[in-house]
Design a protein around this ligand. Sequence first.
Ligand code: ADP
Length: 474
Amino acid sequence: MSLKIRGRSLRRTDIKLTLWYILIFLVSSLIICGFLYLRLKHQLIKEVDLLLLDETKELKDFMVRYPNDLKGLKIFEEIEKSKAYYPLYFQIQDLDGEILFISDNFKGARSHGIDNVVVKVKENRVFWEDIYFPDRRRPFRFVASLFHPPAGSPVVIQMGTSLRFVRKSLSNFKSNLLMAIPIMVLLGSLGGWILARRSLSPIGYVVSKTQNITSQNLSERLEPRGTGDEMDDLIQTINGMIARLEGSFKRMAEFTADVSHELKTPLCAMRGEAEVLLSKTRNIEEYQEGLVHFIEQFDHLNRMINDLILLSKSDASQIELKMEPVRLDLLIKEVSGLFQILAGQKGLEWTTETPEEVRVMGDKGLLQQLVTNLMDNAIKYTPKGSIRVSLRKSQEKVFIKIQDTGVGIPREEQGNIFRRFYRVDKSRSRETGGVGLGLNIAEWIVHAHQGRIEVESELNRGSTFTVSLPILKI
Ligand code: ADP
């Protein structure tokens, strides 16, 4: 395996997880086995201690049964000699340290100052110690205790046995553990590897599937496994993201098609008009009239292109709002003044009600465009009657209302009018110069100012557009 491939496989999560499993298994098995070993050692020594206490008690019984006599001790020694496991070593001494009796096996093995035991027993009554004899590999366990025989003076009984069997059991147990630990680690790692592979296998599917999704096949989706776990959540999230991308791509394609169509129509019309104009020699007035019409068409195209630039910038979040305190009442009066003249020319009655001084935090230029679009529509779609513009404020909000008595909007169309290039009646809108972008821009401006825009309308009776914006408190 080359170094590069090995490096890559070490970066793989399943291998990393398995290595972690191995480490955790190894450390936990060592801790568990160490604990079991110590527990067993403690238990075995405790049993030896109980045995020594039992035997000391039995020896005391013999001493009571045979007072002032070594016979009892001899019988006890003979009985104990016949036992193969845990041979007993014992001696009895008076409080001056003089040995009164010592078992045969203990004679050659004695190794330490006896005074020490007598002193310790006097202090503690029962004294435990592990003794290492110079000629023996394994230690001995001893208990020394004070005994007051019914007849005679108190003595110290020292009783011990070899820990050979304890050590042997412990070393057997240790060898078993050393065999078991690699098996446990091996099985644990195998389990860890299988678990890691199983839990990570959907990621491979997600990766290969998402790699194949391009702008050409955005309708494809990843298949959730139906387990309802985090992996399914991830698949659902990715599906949601693909769906949003698909929606954006679709809208972009529609937008491009709409833009091309909207630009093509006036251009074709202008070319046709130019051809008609050039088809024969005309007088100066006719040329002037044609050129004036061209200028109108250019203005219309220019407006549309400006709107499109604004919308595409807003889509790409490239517009930085120049937020500042704006006197909305003055702004409305100013724009109303201009439209009032247009309304007058069309024979429409115009009223503006801005009784209060109202401030909002906003981009003045965009707010001007917002009211311009709404007032422009009110005039365009009101053949006769009146238009009323009013401003009202509440505790938190300011309401701009633009009310007309125009053609109105059918109920079923009211949800669509804010969409791009949407026009209720295309032929009528084209006559009025509309391309279906004004309300979309108005809605974007309102949302950029954390506001709301609503429409109420009845066919042939008029429409009311209400914009609410957060008020700026002084
Ligand atoms: P346009 O440039 O065509 O006016 P808008 O986005 O401003 O585009 O408006 C979308 C459509 O909503 C218009 O085509 C028109 O049918 C309808 N509309 C907008 N304002 C009014 C209004 N005040 N009265 C009647 N219809 C309206």
